[in-house]
Design a protein around this ligand. Sequence first.
Ligand SMILES: [Zn+2]
Ligand SMILES: [Zn+2]
Length: 216
Amino acid sequence: MSLQFHTVPVTPFQQNCTLLWCEDSKRAAVVDPGGDIERILAAVEERGLKLEKILLTHGHLDHVGGTAALAAQLQLPIEGPHREDAFWIEQLPVQTQMFGFPPVETFSPDRWLEQGDTVTVGNESLEVHHCPGHTPGHVIFFHRPGKLALVGDVLFAGSIGRTDFPRGDHDTLIRSITEKLWPLGDDVRFIPGHGPMSTFGHERQTNPFVADSRFG
Ligand SMILES: [Zn+2]
Ligand SMILES: [Zn+2]
């Protein structure tokens, strides 16, 4: 496929910041720049890519902490998450204190995303699916031709996102996974916000929180 990716773990939370690029045009997007901008930019340079935008799955600090600085440095537009996560982004200064991070600037996305939207990276397109539960405005990005999904903190290999934060909701998260992710296909590979990749089919068989056998 001509959409390529490389994951750079950033921040003390080892968040999977992902570089997505179109092989034809070498144009790239950085998804969830939580911090450690120098490492992200080194990965961009190593591959001879041209960054054209920042994509965000949700408003948590470890996913967006480097956004304002990176956007300002390279004049990049910010797309995502869904407007329902605005309160998390506005509270970034509180989040930094809560997690003992160095202070970061807050920002306003240039484009809020909705269910059914499309985002582009070079000549490639990804579908946007609104998957609330971990946060109310969480979105995931799906590249249908490549059967690749970037799911942030909705689903992990063997686990699911936390729902004990303000406006988190367990039942909503389970519905996002079973009603929005599973229909995309068992053979879809996904990059979670933390930890190793997996496929939806593997999680449907083995994930203790959302395996099909739980809902039989
Ligand atoms: Zn999160
Ligand atoms: Zn996270």
